[in-house]
Design a protein around this ligand. Structure first.
Ligand SMILES: [Cu+2]
Length: 687
């Protein structure tokens, strides 16, 4: 449908009129018009427009000239969000030649989009002691409308700034961070309303979508992703219990909205406790689902659950994408989402029914976990392997939907994907979805957890076994068949980073955690250009135009889940650019386990030292049998050191400033991880 918009101006304006009539109280008619239109000069919302397609109609930079692309400017954001606890995942927004970007510290900067000069800055002053952080300090972006910029904060507040000055206009607390809540997703603005998700799926929270009045910040409605007694979906939780009240089901990404149908769509994350399903028999709606609500009132319309009774942390975390297609000669309104399962779920957005086909198939059972009898299998191709290889030292290895209990069980995909938070762009020219994937094995274990307000409530763990490879895929999936059109194996995990964007110039721009920004031919996947930005290039790029010149922009500040090099830079490219590449930063790990030199005779290990929050320093030590080792947490977040060999030893949770000693008497090689952050590894060699 957007191709017709592009080509038939008359039809376009007629449709705009129709849309205009449908929404009576358009609060910012210009932004609303841009949100409903194909993406052109401005990039006014996280996903580019209401569809989340990230498809720019600009063609000045294209397959014939992209080789000439160079840096037009690069601006460092004064150290905001710079450091090992942060990730930089935001899409910069651009309107009338001004760029707005938010960092992992919730600080907002306005820049001249042509020169990179900083016009104003807003420092959040956010509480650095927030301890309810599951996966790094991050903010996925801004929304704009009514002359304001909107964003969610780590402390679960939604804030509005004056676009001209950066001064705060209003602030609304959705919840308290002390109870486990936070906001990392970019909100959506449309028709005078702000739609925001909430995080906390690892802290026993009750997920919801909240709609606020854009002018005042007043909460208009909230729709809980976990049903109360008697509500739709309550039959999928054990009756007479309140497990659904702390069942997670949080929202990690920006909704999409269809103004013609009047529906707002979003993807819902994992169930809580993540790895323990023993007390929550049933399908557990609306965990790991796509949901459609009436955009004005929040009334439920339909849902589709991707994983029933999730025990693998298989969030639907990537943003939903709206697209129009023709199937069997019939025009159809589609919606798609790339899951952590490695599949793309393609549905009819009028009713939530599969567009291509999704089969319910029987799956292996474990009565202790109260596993669902069947799971949805989309017809088509998965973008990542869905079975784990067996490994020495592990009794069990299985495929997707293999249940597990207290013996570690190797499963692929791991609970971080497939596709994690990274967006999946769609090109109406090629008809392809561009799907970033993570290929990694996890050893899943259930151990049970007691629920305490504001504390981690995950009921188990998943860590990549020492020495296993961690790579990725980048796949073009044909929206008409859900089959692979082309696929690249990538050296790094990119399901939670390496964001991408597609253009009418026939290009896909995608970042790499090793600092490279790549341009690929959208039809064939052929790599046409790459540029070393000097920092982890994990955010999704955006495309815009100022004074007739087309630019490509990407926030490069690394991503702590990817282990990519951190930074505080925004890079912008154009055909007239003059800047060359920087030195490559240290690349992320491609094999799980501790890294660095082995320090001999060291008996003190600092956690989160030197602004590298998720680390042990030194990560590898050699000691004599009988040595007592002191573990001190000097980071901002609670951490521990726990033997990978279950129950062998552990420090217990250490708050900021706390220490604990452990004596190692048995010679051998001891590996350990941090329980809440199982991608932190350490090694102690006892002689
Ligand atoms: Cu930790």
């Amino acid at each position: 449908m957007y191709r017709y918009f592009q080509r038939t101006l008359l039809l376009f304006s007629m449709l705009s009129m129709l849309f205009g009539l449908a929404s009576t109280a358009a609060a910012d008619s210009e932004i609303d018009r841009l949100l409903r239109s194909p993406i052109n000069k401005d990039w006014v919302t996280n996903g580019g427009n209401l569809t989340n397609q990230r498809y720019s109609t600009l063609t000045q930079i294209n397959t014939t000239n992209v080789k000439q692309l160079k840096g037009a400017w690069m601006t460092r954001l004064k150290g905001s969000g710079l450091g090992g606890k942060y990730s930089f995942e935001a899409s910069p927004l651009v309107k009338d030649g001004i760029m707005y970007v938010i960092t992992g510290n919730d600080d907002v900067f306005a820049l001249d989009a042509k020169t990179g000069a900083i016009l104003w800055e807003h420092w959040s002053g956010i509480d650095q002691t927030i301890s309810t952080v599951c996966c790094g300090w991050v903010n996925r972006g801004l929304a704009m409308g009514d002359g304001l910029l909107f964003f969610g904060q780590f402390d679960a507040n939604v804030v509005a700034l004056d676009m001209k000055t950066g001064k705060e206009v209003w602030r609304t607390a959705i919840e308290k961070w002390q109870n486990g809540y936070g906001i990392t997703s970019a909100p959506l603005y449309y028709d005078g309303m702000i739609y925001t998700g909430i995080t906390g799926g690892e802290f026993g929270v009750r997920g919801r979508l909240t709609a606020l009045d854009a002018k005042t910040g007043e909460i208009k409605w909230r729709w809980y992703t976990l049903p109360g007694p008697g509500e739709i979906g309550s039959e999928t939780w054990p009756s007479g219990t309140d497990h659904s009240m702390r069942g997670g089901a949080t929202i990690w990404n920006t909704p999409a909205l269809d103004p013609e149908l009047g529906l707002v769509y979003f993807a819902v994350g994992n169930c809580g406790p993540d790895y323990d399903g023993s007390m929550r028999e049933g399908d557990n709606l609306f965990c790991t689902s796509i949901v459609a609500l009436k955009a004005k009132t929040g009334e439920y319309v339909w849902h589709f659950q991707q994983v029933h009774h999730d025990i693998w942390d298989y969030d639907a975390a990537s943003p939903v994408v709206l697209f129009d297609t023709v199937i069997n000669g019939q025009p159809r309104k589609g919606i798609a989402e790339a899951g952590r399962t490695g599949w793309v779920y393609i549905l009819d957005r009028t009713n939530g029914k599969p567009l291509i086909g999704i089969e319910e198939r029987p799956v292996p059972q474990d009565p202790r976990q109260k596993t669902a009898k069947t799971q949805p299998y989309p017809i088509g191709d998965a973008t990542v392997p869905q079975c784990a290889d067996s490994l020495p030292g592990y009794e069990n290895a299985g495929c997707i939907f293999t249940p597990f209990w207290e013996t570690p069980t190797l499963i692929q995909p791991s609970g971080i994907g497939g596709t994690n938070w990274s967006p999946m762009p769609y090109s109406p020219e090629t008809g392809y979805f561009y799907v970033p994937g993570t290929v990694r094995t996890s050893a899943f274990t259930r151990y049970g957890d007691k629920y305490v307000v504001g504390k981690r409530y995950v009921g188990g763990s998943q860590a990549a076994p020492i020495g296993t490879s961690m790579t990725g895929t980048f796949t073009a999936i044909d929206s008409r068949t859900n089959k692979i059109a082309w696929q690249h194996k990538t050296p790094y995990r990119i399901g939670g980073g390496g964001g991408s964007t597609v253009t009418a110039g026939g290009l896909v721009f995608r970042g790499e955690p090793d600092g490279n920004l790549l341009a690929l031919d959208a039809k064939t996947g052929e790599e046409l250009w790459r540029f070393q930005t000097g920092f982890g290039a994990d955010a999704p790029a955006v495309v815009y135009e100022v004074d007739g010149e087309q630019f490509v922009a990407i926030a490069t500040g690394g991503n702590q889940l990817q282990g990519s090099a951190y930074g505080d830079a925004v890079w912008v490219f154009s055909l007239k650019g003059q800047l060359g590449p920087l030195w490559p930063p240290p690349p992320p790990q491609t094999v799980a386990g501790p890294v660095g030199p082995i320090a001999a005779g060291v008996d003190a290990i600092k956690i989160g030292d030197l602004n590298v929050e998720y680390s042990y320093a030194p990560a590898r030590i050699r000691i004599k049998a009988g040595t007592t080792v002191t573990f001190s947490n000097v980071g901002d977040l609670p951490h521990d050191a726990t033997a990978m060999e279950q129950g062998a030893w552990g420090t217990g949770m250490l708050a900021k400033g706390e220490s604990k000693v452990v004596t190692f008497s048995k010679p051998g090689i001891h590996y350990y991880i941090c329980t809440p952050h199982p991608w932190m590894y350490g090694q102690i060699i006892v002689e």
